[in-house]
Structures are given as structure tokens and as C-alpha cells.
Design a protein around this ligand. Sequence first.
Ligand code: B4P
Length: 207
Amino acid sequence: TPALDSDKVTVLFVLGGPGSGKGTQSANLVQDFGFSHLSAGDLLRAEQSRPGSEVGALIRTYIKEGQIVPVEVTIKLIENAIRDVLAEKREGEGWEDGKGRFLIDGFPRKMDQALLFDAELCQSKLVLFMDTTEEIMRERLLERGKTSGREDDNEESIKKRFKVYKEQTRPVIDYYIEKGKVATIPGSGTIEEVHALAKAVVVEQVF
Ligand code: B4P
């Protein structure tokens, strides 16, 4: 049986291609609704630079190559982050009325992560799919690359990330579409426009 009680924990996933607006819109939704925000990418980058981490070097290689970090590393980071919040029952941070509400962005990015999370942790309530074109995603990432210092915001890494997205992450989105859990958000507009669309969906389908 799953480790987390779905009466007590509500999980929303935010998925989409690299540069589709996952991180950007997740931050907006957290402001609106007080979810506890877990970003798979941010958790991995934090672990990568944590002194003494046994997996830091491995994570760096995967991110630079645009590859999906092995499931056992990623799922542990997500699980620990969820447990930390639940243990502290942080008011206003995803914990209202005795319930934890989590918005998890950039996860699950590969079928093995999805199957493991669903079986061992809990069933998500809703998946927001940020939908836009490769051309727009590429432009945004290159723009961010001018100042982000991220090792993966360059032409070569971006090309690899798109390939990995198509081959490994799209099947996860299709899997949740089949389960009737996906709300597709048209993601090509301005940050404000996309925010309004995403917010309306969350109001309608979660609260
Ligand atoms: P992530 O950190 O998830 O990075 P990302 O795909 O680039 O998306 P992000 O959410 O950060 O960017 P956003 O589109 O909001 O992943 C990085 C790497 O970590 C992966 O390649 C992988 O190696 C590893 N990883 C992550 N999750 C993993 C997992 N579950 N398992 C294993 N490995 C994993 O924003 C991009 C830019 O666009 C920003 O500059 C933003 O300001 C801009 N922007 C956003 N919306 C816009 C809009 N509407 N108009 C104009 N600009 C916009």
C-alpha cells in the first residue's frame, strides 16, 4: 500500500518540455494557493552542490547531458522533502486543515518514476501539462542561459533535453492522460497569460 494517505496529502504534478514554464508557473501557483513546492530540478541541483554528497558528481553529469537522473536518486529526494514538510506540518506552506498540499514540478519525468511514485507514495490528483512549441522553449532557454549560469542552458544540452523529453517524458504525460488526470495548459503566451489559465484550472479541479 502507498506510504502516504491520499486523504491527508494532495499532490499536483506540473509537467512539460524543458523551458515550457514549469518552474515559472509553479512559483505563481504556490503564491496563489500556498502549496508546498517541490522542484525535482532544484532538489537535484541542491544535492549536487551539497558538500559530502555521494551522488553530486553523478547528478552534474546527467544534468549537463540532459539525461534523466536515475530514479532511486530522484525519488529519495522527493520523498524526503515531502516527509520533511509533513513532519513539520508547516502552516501556510502546503499544510491547511490538517492536509498537506504539494505541487511537484519536473517530476515524474520518466515512466519508472511515475510507476514507483504511484505505487509506493500516493496517487496524484491532477497533472498540469504546460504545452508549447519546441521553438518557443528553445528561445526561452537560450535567453535564460545568458544569465542563469546553468550548465544545461546551451544549444548542445538543449538539443539533448528535447530528445530525452520526447522519448522519455511524453510517455509519462500520455500515461496520465489515459488515467484522465491531465489538464493541458496552452503555454505559449506571456507569463501572466499562462498564469491566468493555470490558476483557473487549479481553482476548478483542486479546490
Ligand atoms: P528542470 O530544472 O526541471 O528544468 P527545465 O526543464 O528547464 O524547466 P524549468 O521549469 O526550470 O524552466 P521554465 O520552463 O519555468 O530540469 C533540469 C534537468 O534536471 C533535467 O534536464 C534533468 O537532467 C534533471 N531533472 C529534473 N527533474 C528530474 C527528474 N524528475 N528525474 C531525473 N532528472 C531530473 O523556464 C525557462 C525560462 O523561460 C525561464 O527563464 C523563464 O523566465 C522563461 N519563461 C517561462 N515562461 C515564460 C513565458 N510565458 N514567456 C516568456 N518566458 C517564459
